[in-house]
Design a protein around this ligand. Structure first.
Ligand SMILES: [Zn+2]
Length: 82
């Protein structure tokens, strides 16, 4: 990932997604809006990679799904609600 997907700036910084105040790594997941909290524990979301990217110009922060096939499954079942 060499440029920001939003503003096309090339000054990308790599890092990781973290919860402020926690020293241990967390596993983050993409959960579609249509997937409600009471479904989340049984259905889950799509686990994200630990590596993340940030654009200092526009503030965009992004990452990738750890398993794209799981993301496709989650989105096909619960996604595309705009
Ligand atoms: Zn940007």
């Amino acid at each position: 990932m060499t440029e920001c997907p939003k503003c096309k700036c090339s000054k990308i910084t790599t890092g990781r997604l973290a919860v402020i105040g926690r020293s241990t790594p967390i596993v983050a997941a993409f959960v579609p809006d249509a997937l409600k909290w009471y479904q989340f524990s049984s259905e889950g979301g799509a686990e994200l990679q630990s590596q993340a990217f940030a654009c200092p110009d526009c503030g965009m922060v992004w990452t990738m799904a750890a398993y794209p096939e799981v993301l496709r499954e989650v989105v096909s079942r619960f996604g595309s609600a705009q």
